[in-house]
Design a protein around this ligand. Structure first.
Ligand SMILES: [Zn+2]
Length: 328
């Protein structure tokens, strides 16, 4: 299991009356993820072993009353678009959307999500909602023709220990992930260029059960087709890139490790697109090797990165996301 953060953006309540100008809108800050360490009685033994909290208030949902209507807005200060799902309970209110609804919001701006308006005049109206988001766009279409670089240094060779549909953990949303055997501290390089959108390397814990999943160190890179590359189990303090930074294919991004849900030192790599506020879906990818062929790496085989990689990166902006598309 390898997950980037799924985050609850907020929960809210609203009571609207036709006559008074009162609007009760309550946003409840959610507690950060727990710090319980498997096997430990409670709490966090050392601050450095806690999972990194999500960026504070990177995404906000807020509502504004405009006449009879209540308009909902999403402010997204992440470094890439987000896909958010709203679950809504309404009394005497109707929306422009059917709920639950899933929408994608571009990076670095405030976007209107939808509006609610009363069904009957003179009757009290109420709403409550919960929203969740994941990084990435639900409109991303993977460029299947892209030739990925092996995510390690030119001339190096690593063995694949788990391929697509691997029985240990490459199931479901992670079915198209790959694991390469890799000594801790090995340089990891970007398999494809893009914008770094999330970096976590504070954790020093790892182990062979799902309980260790929150302790995964990782780098997440947004590609120009809207998909995201996920590099996992990195060494504590091993990341050399920052969120918002552009990276080229072949560029060093981190040192490998054995953190999170990991049965031994290795690099887990996966490209995925986002389905909704709770789910993502991995996509199959192909790699260039020193043979000159494009391959889908398979378990038990070793692959050498070409001595000379053709580093290239297209101009990419974190703010060029598709906007406001809807999946019901
Ligand atoms: Zn894996």
């Amino acid at each position: 299991m390898h997950r980037e953060n799924e985050q609850a953006a907020g929960v809210g309540l609203g009571i609207m009356s036709q006559i008074p100008k009162t609007l009760l809108f309550l946003l409840l800050a959610l507690a950060p993820p727990g710090c319980a360490v498997p096997g430990a009685p409670s709490g966090c033994p050392r601050a450095s072993t806690c999972p990194a909290p999500p960026p504070a208030n990177a995404v906000k949902v807020f509502a504004k009353r405009e006449g009879e209507a209540t308009r909902f807005y999403v402010e997204n200060q992440e470094f890439c678009e987000i896909t958010m799902t709203f679950e809504m309970t309404l009394a005497n209110l109707k929306g422009e959307r059917q709920f639950p609804c899933t929408m994608t919001f571009p990076a670095g701006q405030v976007s209107e999500a939808f509006a609610l308006s009363p069904i009957k005049a003179g009757v009290k109206s109420e709403y409550s909602y919960t929203s969740y988001y994941k990084l990435g766009s639900n409109c991303a279409r993977h460029d299947d023709s892209y030739a990925y670089q092996l995510p390690y240094s030119p001339g190096n060779e690593h063995k694949v220990t788990q391929g697509f549909d691997g029985s240990f953990s490459h199931r479901g949303a992670n079915r198209y992930a790959l694991d390469w055997e890799m000594a801790e501290g090995t340089w990891v390089r970007a398999a494809r260029g893009g914008i770094v959108v999330r970096v976590k390397d504070q954790s020093s814990l790892g182990g062979p059960t799902k309980q260790f999943d929150p302790y995964d160190n990782y780098v997440l890179i947004r590609h120009d087709d809207g998909t995201l590359g996920h590099y996992c189990h990195l060494q504590k303090g091993g990341c050399v890139v920052k969120p918002g930074q552009g990276v080229a294919a072949g560029q060093v991004i981190a040192r490998s490790g054995n953190t999170g849900f990991s049965s031994g030192p290795h690099l887990h790599f996966c490209v995925f697109k986002t389905k909704n506020g709770r789910e993502r879906q991995s996509v199959p990818v192909k790699f260039k090797t020193d043979t000159g062929n494009l391959v889908i790496p398979t378990a038990g085989h070793s692959y050498r990165a070409p001595e000379i990689q053709s580093a290239s990166v297209r101009s990419i902006s974190a703010g060029t996301a598709a906007q406001g598309s809807l999946v019901r």
